[in-house]
Design a protein. Structure first.
Length: 94
């Protein structure tokens, strides 16, 4: 299995035209979330005080929540992005 290098990931994200696409790509690559998990996220899943993300895990039959630390850069990007979102709306509208 081949993984993207940091430079390849950076190139992929820079090719994204829409800001939400770019943010989702960075979020997926920096957290290891599955696309299906990322699509379930709402602003309520982000704890800005503790710099972490609470993501529902879909891997197990029993419902669990993953606690994922976020970098300062990702946290700041999410804060700006979420500033116009409602708490119960999906982060990514796909």
């Amino acid at each position: 299995m081949k993984y993207l290098t940091f430079d390849e990931m950076k190139e992929l994200c820079n090719a994204a035209v829409h800001p939400s696409h770019k943010l989702m790509l960075w979020l997926l690559s920096s957290t290891g979330l599955r696309i299906s998990e990322a699509l379930l996220l709402t602003p309520k899943n982000i704890n800005f005080n503790e710099s972490c993300l609470y993501a529902p895990s879909l891997k197990h039959k029993k419902a669990t929540t993953k606690v994922i630390p976020l970098s300062d850069g990702m946290l700041n990007d999410l804060k700006v992005y979420c500033s116009h979102k409602k708490d119960n709306s999906k982060l990514f509208d796909y």
